[in-house]
Design a protein around this ligand. Structure first.
Ligand code: UD1
Length: 338
């Protein structure tokens, strides 16, 4: 069964490609390489023994996208990962984010309609939830993103919900990711952002391999157990498995309609939990200093993973030690290769 992955060479897309291939799906990848590398295709091949068909195109380029659908008949579903994702950049260049992250969905939907492809899985984010004092967050919580990046996720969700309502044969699953970290156990796939990382784990990894001096922990006076921010970190391979479960659901339910699911573990870890676990399992000493709070950050956020467990049969199985170990292994390997 053929599945089209947009952004399939990115961090989450590539791990999902591997899990899909291992589950017997036939994967076709579209990626413009704007934030990914072609070598990832070889890594997928090395891990699975299968090199997916690949097209270097921008999803917003309708003519090129049509060609992909023409050359690959019978695509069963599209999993849409492609998109810009840097929160800070989205604040400075909102149009870039709105144009790209919205247009790609519009273009995909139009082309899917033309070719009668009726199943869609969307990479959404926990960032679509409004700030809440109540935890854990379940799928019925109020929505309200606080920056342009987050709003592109929220607007996309709305577009897809409206489109589904108007087209009852169309099925869509929105997956709201909490904080994906970790890397593939082979050490061949992982996250290595260009420049200085914004997110916690990539930053810690760069400190661990000596590329950065120390971690700045943004705030130690939050209302949490140790004063540092609490998040729901989920291993990227678990997250990838969540996509396979969502897809299985669509395969087995022809008229599925709409589904919305959190993908998280339900456990909140603080920044200090992460640093301490990282240092323990990697025999490393990542130095840190406490710094000012980062504007826009909240004290804590973690998921209720119940709905995904009950309805998709998905449960994250990898623990924080696995996440810290695999992230570091990938960073070390990757540094040697550079
Ligand atoms: C961020 C984005 C979110 C996006 C997600 C993708 C913001 C405000 N939110 O979430 O929209 O969906 O990434 O994974 O950018 N921290 C430090 N030092 C650092 C980096 C982070 O102390 O150098 C802390 C943060 O204050 C936070 C925690 O680590 O408490 C996690 O931060 P991060 O990895 O950036 O994720 P989020 O902010 O949760």
């Amino acid at each position: 069964m053929k599945i089209l992955l947009t952004g399939g060479l990115g961090y989450i897309g590539s791990h999902t490609a591997v899990e899909l291939i291992n589950s017997g799906y036939d994967v076709v990848i579209v990626d413009d390489l704007s934030n990914s590398k072609i070598e990832v295709l070889d890594a997928i091949n090395e891990i699975t023994g299968v090199k997916p068909k690949f097209y270097q195109i921008d999803v917003c380029d309708k003519q090129e996208l049509v060609k992909v659908f023409e050359e690959n008949s019978n695509i069963f579903a599209v999993i849409h990962f492609a998109g810009f994702k840097a929160v800070g950049e989205s604040v400075k260049q909102p149009l870039k984010y709105y144009r790209n992250n919205m247009d790609s969905t519009f273009t995909l939907l139009e082309v899917m309609e033309k070719f009668n492809v009726n199943n869609f899985i969307f990479s959404s984010s926990a960032t679509v939830y409004a700030v809440s004092e109540v935890m854990p967050i379940d799928e019925s919580f109020p929505l309200g993103a606080s920056n342009p990046y987050g709003r592109t996720k929220l607007f996309n969700e709305n577009v897809l919900i409206d489109y589904q309502k108007a087209n009852p044969d169309f099925n869509v699953i929105l997956l709201r990711y909490f904080n994906p970290i970790g890397a593939h156990e082979s050490g061949l796939l992982g996250e290595d952002p260009n420049g200085i990382p914004n997110n916690l784990m990539p930053y810690i990894c760069k400190v661990a391999v000596g590329e950065l001096d120390h971690l700045n922990i943004f705030g130690n006076d939050y209302k949490t157990k140790d004063g540092t921010g609490v998040r729901d970190y989920i291993h990227v391979v678990d997250l990838a498995v969540g996509h396979v479960k969502a897809l299985d659901k669509l395969v087995n339910n022809k008229n599925y309609g709409l589904g919305i699911f959190n993908l998280g573990t339900g456990i909140g870890y603080s920044v200090l939990d992460i640093v301490n676990t990282f240092n323990k399992v990697n025999s490393n000493l990542v130095k840190y200093e406490f710094a000012e709070r980062r504007p826009g950050d909240i004290d804590k956020m973690y998921a209720s993973p119940k709905k995904a467990e009950e309805e998709l049969g998905f449960k994250a199985t990898r623990n924080l030690e696995d996440m810290c170990k695999s992230s570091y292994e990938y960073q070390k390997n990757h540094k040697e290769k550079k």
